[in-house]
Design a protein around this ligand. Sequence first.
Ligand code: FES
Length: 105
Amino acid sequence: MHINEHPIMNNHFNKDITFTYQGQTFIAREGQTLAAALFANGIKKLGVSRKFHKPRGLFCANGRCTSCFVTVNGLDHVLSCMTLVEEGMVIEANNSDPTVRSGQN
Ligand code: FES
């Protein structure tokens, strides 16, 4: 759900753009963070924890906790709460360690 009318923000978030998450196409508003765009589309689970594979998602929403990591255009561990969504972005859930840690190339 997107906010369509806001008394302070006026028309700041009125341009629709598209992105994909887990291969599915969604609509975001230009100027939203990835986390806000995913949340507005009903997606709250952004990955799983490294050790116990528990659901991870938006927690602090200000770049401090690293709970909101996603993979963006192939780049692992991007903070979704601090990154603005862009047209055509390919976003994947963050379900593992980065390849540099696992020793894979
Ligand atoms: S929600 Fe805490 S860093 Fe993004």
